[in-house]
Ligand binder design. Sequence first.
Ligand code: MRU
Length: 350
Amino acid sequence: MSAAEEAYIRWEDGRLVLIDQTRLPGEKRFLVLDTVEDVFEAIRKLRVRGAPAIGVAAAYGLVIGVQEAPETSAEAFLKRLAEQKAYLASARPTAVNLFWALERMEKRAQALRDHSVPEIKRALLDEAMAIQAEDQATCRAIGEHGLSLLKDGMGVLTHCNTGKLATAGIGTAVAPIYLAKARGMHIRVFADETRPLLQGARLTAWELKEAGVDVTLITDNMAAMVMQRGWVELVIVGADRIARNGDVANKIGTYGVALSARAHGIPFYVAAPRSTIDLDTAAGEDIVIEERDAEEVVTCHGCRIAPVGVKVYNPAFDVTPHALVTGIITEKGIVHPPYEENLPKLFDAD
Ligand code: MRU
């Protein structure tokens, strides 16, 4: 089966099956997760990663976490659910989709507090499946809206991995590229390798190449030069959390790409589902930025590249100020500044 057809995250016989992204591109290994601890570990260790995919995994993780809960009282069940939810929520702090999905699951259970526990359990599985199915549709809609920005022959730069591996569908920032390819357009993609964990090199280059997209891998420090040469006419990146004012937390290095795009007069777009927009967070400075182990910086794919004991700073994300963001591509359309005013309108009909 080709990468284009395969579901990288799926529910099978009461267990969560997902591709171990830490092993790509060398090895295509699927993990079968049947404890909440397994799901927590998979999220924390980036075996499953990318904001929407983390949300989907967490929703199924919660189903697993309460699978064996006693079925005597709904009250005791909801208490157990709250504990498992808090546990899963502590896996990673920045991608709001994790909290969004867990919150949605808990709300569904609470709305059924007058029902039997087996009924609540069934409803939770339905909800997790709905989150996954909606993400698929959302990715496609983001792709359709983003496609309006693309022209045949265009050069597009992207950062990190925002594709099929990072979502339940065709991705966010690369969804328009997949659709362009399907419609016979030729887009030249420049993929930043994305140090320290190389999501661009290991994952984006892999999945785009498998799909037959024209992708050129560059190291992060080449992006400015590629723009200077005029090879890039558009930047599209994903997001882990978008604050109410339009500030965007995304993979470390995104801010530098945005600055560079501005310096070269290149439009800088962010593609994300509404589940990544956090209206409760006023501005980027309020977003908790995950700091990860120093090991990720002093080693590169298992090889030590720095002296033992050197001081290390390893933030996994940065915040791009909204002033650098040309537009935000969502499943409901492309939002332009002023974000403070226009982002809340996306939720008007809900
Ligand atoms: O640390 P990661 O690999 O989970 O970070 C992922 C990103 O920063 C992605 O750009 C973001 O989640 C968007 S995924 C559609």
